[in-house]
Design a protein around this ligand. Structure first.
Ligand SMILES: Nc1nc2c(ncn2[C@@H]2O[C@H](COP(=O)(O)OP(=O)(O)OP(=O)(O)O)[C@@H](O)[C@H]2O)c(=O)[nH]1
Length: 518
């Protein structure tokens, strides 16, 4: 009976082992689910950064985010993940198609250039090589943009050729007008920091006496810079889409893989559990049924041997599962790290671009888009709090005379100084933007009706007192201001129109004054 007691205690040790093995397996599953949940949240956040690429993609990613937010089992999100991936692939295909169309259009343009008679043979040869080069497909916008620049270069060479032939190309009033318009346009476009010096040189050249090729060069450079800006933004978001797309595919593979592994392992483990329970039952029955001690010894030894075998198979399975889990988690962690890096640099580029989009490059004041956003916010605040809100439009008087008498770059500097003065004369909660040209818009919340005229007159006086000195001449620059307060049931754009009409009146009443539309 002593042997039987030993057998029973061994069985209970084995049962204990079995129980702790089961618990460890459950913990592993929980840990795996937790890691996946973190990854899913991350993907949801990341997909937000993709917004604005295409409406369809936005919808798919929104659906995916919704699924991921409420996910309890990974496999529930798989179909939506597949759908989002398919759309990302479509988007990629769409971009490629666009590039292909652009390549064909470029070939057509080159064909037209080739038809120009009187092309020097060297240029002809170069163009025909270039046309052959265009037979190769483009893989990114970076392939496309240099080709456009090259074509612009050909045009330029042809024009130069014509200029040289004619030699006495006269600068006509319409050329001067074009140069003036280009200079003005340059003041309204946001350029990147490293482009600004080049742009201000071009502006300077356009305002002085110039030859026709200066104007042509200016067009070419500006076009090149603009294309570069467009390409930068496009490539940045495109690259990011590809990375996200790949990451989604990898994660999807890992998830699907570990899911099918855990199903298989679960089934094997279930079978093993059944075997072990069965063997434990058998030991129990043997202890009850067999009386002969030797027989009992033999049978229990056999049962124990087979139990040990099942348990070691189970241990093997658990080890394998542990290794698979480690590998999946490792792969996911790597993906996460890569994505993290990519998102960080994308965010930086986006931030740069946003800054570029909302600041006026000359004065560094908020630009018109920023003004529209702020108007929206102030309007909603006003609706909520019922506090007064004023819109004022300020315009520099006789600004054209400054440009005409002292040059465009002096005009630019004047704009910068006045912009700074306007900004400094306002409180933190007040806002000023460059609306365009020499016009600024102020948004003034929370100012009582009795205070608005003195406030704006102070601003006007402050600008008038700036000691400008151009070409050793002391110049007083003044501004005219029109303002209006938002009234019940009025849109803020209507208030703006009334302020603008008041400014018009101030200009008509000999300028340098403030008129309020009460
Ligand atoms: N230097 C410079 N001039 C600019 C810029 N934007 C607009 N301008 C010039 O601003 C001048 C505006 O002239 P007008 O609209 O005739 O007005 P004004 O001379 O100020 O006359 P009033 O507004 O009637 O007092 C034009 O000569 C524009 O070329 C800029 O960014 N830099």
């Amino acid at each position: 009976m002593k042997d039987a007691a030993i057998g029973t205690s061994q069985v209970s040790v084995l049962q204990q082992k079995l129980y702790s093995a089961k618990q460890a397996l459950e913990e592993m599953n929980e840990e795996q689910n937790e890691k996946l949940r973190i990854l899913m949240q991350f993907i949801a956040q990341l997909s937000l950064a993709c917004k604005g690429q295409s409406l369809e993609l936005d919808n798919k990613l929104a659906k995916l985010r919704h699924k991921l937010a409420s996910f309890s089992q990974v496999e529930e999100s798989l179909p939506t993940l597949y759908e989002a991936e398919a759309t990302l692939k479509q988007q990629y295909a769409h971009v490629m198609l666009q590039l292909e169309d652009s390549r064909k259009s470029l070939s057509n343009i080159v064909g037209q250039i080739q038809r120009v008679e009187s092309l020097p043979s060297k240029l002809k040869l170069e163009i025909s090589y270039f046309k052959k080069d265009l037979l190769k497909p483009f893989h990114s916008y970076w392939d496309y943009i240099p080709k456009v620049e090259k074509i612009i270069g050909f045009y330029d060479a042809i024009l130069q050729e014509k200029l040289n032939l004619g030699d006495q190309f006269e600068v006509l009033p319409r050329h001067r007008q074009a140069a003036h318009e280009l200079a003005q346009l340059l003041s309204e476009i946001e350029f990147r920091k490293e482009q600004r010096i080049q742009i201000s040189e071009i502006k300077q050249q356009l305002t002085e006496e110039f030859e026709l090729n200066i104007l042509l060069n200016a067009y070419q450079i500006v076009l090149g810079l603009l294309l570069d800006n467009i390409a930068r933004e496009k490539t940045a978001s495109q690259e990011f889409l590809y990375v996200l797309n790949n990451a989604l595919s990898n994660v999807q593979e890992v998830v699907a893989d570990s899911y099918s592994h855990s199903i298989k392992n679960y089934q094997v483990a279930k079978q093993l559990n059944r075997d072990i329970n069965h063997q434990v039952d058998n030991v129990g029955e043997t202890v009850i049924e067999v009386d002969d001690i030797n027989e009992l010894k033999n049978q229990i030894t056999t049962h124990l041997a087979s139990l040990r075998k099942s348990l070691s198979r189970k241990e093997l399975l658990e080890n394998r599962e542990q290794a698979q889990l480690k590998q999946s988690v490792e792969t996911l962690r790597r993906e996460l790290k890569e994505l993290g890096k990519e998102t960080e640099s994308y965010k930086e580029r986006l931030f740069e671009q946003q800054k570029l989009n909302l600041l006026d490059s000359l004065t560094q004041l908020p630009n018109r888009s920023a003004l529209e956003e702020r108007m929206d916010i102030e309007y909603r605040n006003h609706k909520r709090t019922k506090q007064p809100l004023w819109v004022a439009v300020a315009d520099i008087d006789h600004f054209k005379t400054i440009n005409d008498s002292f040059g465009h770059s002096t005009g630019d500097k004047t704009l910068q100084v006045i912009a700074m003065a306007l900004k400094n004369s306002l409180r933190e909660s007040e806002f000023v933007a460059r609306y365009g040209g020499e016009e600024f818009v102020l948004l003034l919340p929370d100012v009582a009706e009795s205070d608005i005229l003195p406030l704006l007159n102070r601003v006007r006086e402050k600008i008038k007192s700036i000691p400008f000195k151009f070409k050793n001449q002391r110049i007083t620059v003044t501004v005219s201001i029109g303002a209006a307060q938002i009234i019940e049931n009025e849109l803020i754009t209507e208030t703006f129109d009334r302020a603008d009409a008041a400014l018009y009146k101030a200009k008509n009443e000999s300028r340098d004054r403030v008129i309020i539309d009460f």
